[in-house]
Design a protein around this ligand. Structure first.
Ligand code: FAD
Length: 353
């Protein structure tokens, strides 16, 4: 990772009382023993940042004590954590903003990490905002890149701004910890190293169920199971306005089926009701990182680009040779998607059958 470009006015020196804050933490998101993969992506990213700063990576695992929770603590080491803070109490069995915020505020005030990272998921966004408020510190949401300014050792948290037309890098200079959320699949998944172990710090908060006003009446399994699994697809064929009319989206589905991939779209197609929001790729949709991304009839606007530019191989099909997508696609076909898509489906269908 290269050093970010240097903004003005960052000669700020950290107040003496904040210098005791050390280490980078990731709050591991787990529900009923199942960990959201963004947590391991962030442990991998925290490892890189911590090695730059020469500090330790801490993973915070909260829940009711169980064999599944112990297994998660072990996994945290294999992905790069040095210390696991295992915070257990029956009240923490299911996520609720109030007890999780209270406990995390206490744990941060006790152990004083300099950086705290969470996934920009529904749970992570809720918890990050609540903790940042009770800790009275800064939070940069939905980051696309994290780095360290080595001269003042602060977190450089980069995120899209002004509707995605600019990227801005934000520092939290006068407060600790520095907090950031990052969307799933923005950071790459670290390799597991099963030989890694570390120190477990057990924390037993004193919580009373009667003090929590929200109650969990039932647990409904992740509704995303029925939705397009774009974030984890290895191959995505995506369509844009260049397809002309809703019926032509079938050409995209046909090619995706032959390749064993998923279908993505640009926002105008969702807004026009061609398909559901779960297929939207981009700033206000999903961030994807497939091995192959085929973009058909897509101009490559910045709001779409930020959601797919980390794909390993981008093939763009567009009638306009000057379309912005050709600026960052690895391969380009200048031509009509309505004839190229069926030709590809036909060719791959023959090869793969
Ligand atoms: P267009 O920009 O209209 O491009 C269509 C392309 O198809 C053109 O390049 C054209 O040359 C080409 N074409 C035409 N006919 C053919 C043909 N027969 N064969 C091949 N190519 C053809 N957009 C997103 O996608 N995701 C987001 O999450 C998102 N969030 C946004 C958030 C905000 C706050 C705002 C303001 C906008 C957002 N947008 C988002 C919209 C974004 O700015 C663009 O408008 C959108 O990505 C453009 O979609 P498109 O490429 O399908 O359409």
């Amino acid at each position: 990772m290269s050093e970010p470009s240097k903004p003005q006015g960052r000669k700020f020196q950290l107040p003496e009382h904040l210098k005791e804050y050390k280490g980078i933490w990731v709050i591991v998101e787990q529900e009923r023993g199942s960990v959201h993969s963004v947590s391991w992506e962030l442990v991998g990213e925290a490892r890189k940042l911590a090695d730059k700063l020469g500090v330790k990576v801490g993973a915070v695992v909260l829940g009711a004590d169980s064999p599944e929770l112990n297994a998660i603590c072990g996994d945290a080491f294999t992905y790069g954590a040095d210390v696991v803070y295992k915070v257990t109490d029956p009240v923490l069995a299911d996520y609720r903003t109030d007890p999780y915020t209270r406990v995390m505020t206490d744990v941060v005030n006790t152990y004083k990490p300099e950086i705290v990272l969470l996934g920009a998921t529904t749970l992570g966004r809720d918890l990050a905002g609540a903790i940042a408020t009770t800790l009275a510190t800064g939070l940069t949401a939905d980051c696309t890149e994290l780095d360290i300014y080595m001269d003042n050792r602060s977190l450089a948290a980069t995120r899209p701004t002004f509707g995605g037309t600019l990227l801005c890098t934000i520092q939290t200079l006068a407060y600790r910890p520095q907090m950031a959320t990052v969307r799933p699949r923005v950071m790459s998944m670290p390799d597991r190293d099963d030989s890694r172990t570390g120190r477990v710090v057990e924390v037993f908060p004193t919580l009373r169920e009667d003090d929590v006003i929200t109650k969990v009446l039932s647990f409904i399994a992740d509704r995303e199971q029925n939705e397009a699994q774009l974030a984890f697809a290895d191959i995505i064929v995506a369509g844009g306005k260049g397809l002309g009319k809703p019926e032509n989206l079938k050409l995209v589905f046909d090619l995706a089926k032959v390749l064993g991939g998923e279908v993505g779209v640009t926002r105008p197609l969702v807004q026009a009701g061609w398909t559901g929001f779960d297929r939207q790729v981009g700033q206000t949709g999903k961030t994807v990182r497939p091995k192959l991304y085929i973009a058909a009839g897509i101009s490559g606007a910045i709001q779409h680009r930020v959601g797919m530019e980390k794909s390993d191989l981008i093939l763009a099909i567009n009638t306009d040779a000057n379309a912005p997508i050709f600026d960052f696609a690895h391969l380009g076909l200048v031509g009509d998607a309505l004839t190229i898509l069926p030709a590809l489906t036909d060719a791959f269908g023959k090869r793969l059958s």
